[in-house]
Design a protein around this ligand. Structure first.
Ligand SMILES: [Fe+2]
Length: 296
């Protein structure tokens, strides 16, 4: 059996209505009481005291269950060393023709007679990866590698491990992070969008809807992806990302040093104001549109 990706996630939350509004603005499609991404990945929201939910790995609103899609046979549900409930099923995600628009780069004009889009909002293609805090990094790596067959893409030795579930594909499906103070919990859930233009359009839209950016837009040197992180009322952060490294068995895992520079080559703390399209924090944010325009 091979795991192919994240099929479904379930949050247990304090405020179901608030979370439904968030994921609607985030660009997911309502499906009954749940939501789905363009390719049929599921996002479920339940009250945190719903008796159908497995135990929580941390207090408050958080992820309660992850269903990993497989290429065939089912596998018995289990709990990872963090206390997160996992189950497995033949993937129900659809293969869809959702194509990003390529960037023109020097030496390769992949977009000819075609303007790059301005997205009014994002429509995430899939739940791309999870990032979990842990206080037992070595156990988590062993569990996901030895029991579930994940591969290590990169490591911050003693601090974090980037894991992917397929030999060839996106750089990571799971990143596990241990800081001196960390306890098991969710750091973020990342939603893949089609291209960098959709990262920007999605982030601006959720900002206009009143949600708070933690950090973004920005770019990760590890995985190369463009990102935008927004505070998620269901737990942790939600991330839009695009242009992630695509790796194969030829990829050599690196040992990296945790640092602000390795987290982000550049990033905007607090985000961009969705109405003015200028940096949301900083002196210019207080002076109104005219003041900002004079700074350009
Ligand atoms: Fe991420």
């Amino acid at each position: 059996m091979s795991i192919t990706g994240i099929d479904s996630i379930t949050y247990g939350v304090e405020d179901v209505e608030l979370c439904r509004r968030f994921f609607g603005d985030w660009g997911l499609t309502p499906k009954g009481e749940d939501f789905e991404t363009l390719n049929g990945g599921e996002v479920k929201i339940r009250r945190k005291d719903d008796p159908r939910l497995p135990p929580a790995m941390e207090p408050g609103s958080t992820l309660r269950e992850v269903v990993w899609g497989t290429d065939g046979a089912a596998m018995a549900p289990c709990t990872d060393p963090n206390g997160l409930s996992l189950s497995f099923r033949k993937s129900v995600k659809r293969s869809i023709d959702a194509r990003g628009v390529p960037a023109n780069v020097w030496g390769r004009n992949a977009r000819i007679d075609q303007p790059a889009p301005v997205y009014p909002r994002a429509e995430p293609v899939e739940v791309g990866h999870l990032v979990l805090f842990t206080d037992r990094l070595a156990q988590m790596e062993r569990f996901y590698v030895e029991r579930l067959g994940f591969l290590v893409s990169d490591r911050y030795p003693g601090r974090g491990v980037f894991l992917r579930c397929t030999p060839e594909g996106g750089h990571h499906d799971l990143f596990v992070l241990q800081t001196p103070a960390s306890k098991p919990g969710v750091n973020h859930v990342a939603f893949a969008v089609r291209d960098i233009y959709e990262v920007f359009g999605g982030g601006l839209h959720v900002s206009r809807q009143g949600w708070t950016t933690e950090i973004g837009p920005g770019r990760h040197p590890v995985s190369s992806a463009f990102f935008w992180y927004v505070k998620c009322p269901a737990g942790g952060l939600a991330e839009y990302y695009a242009d992630e490294d695509y790796v194969t068995p030829a990829w050599k895992p690196r040992e990296l040093t945790p640092s602000p520079e390795n987290f982000a080559e550049w990033a905007i703390t607090g985000g961009i104001d969705g109405h003015t399209r200028r940096q949301a924090s900083g002196p210019a944010a207080e002076t109104g549109t005219a003041g900002r325009a004079s700074r350009t």
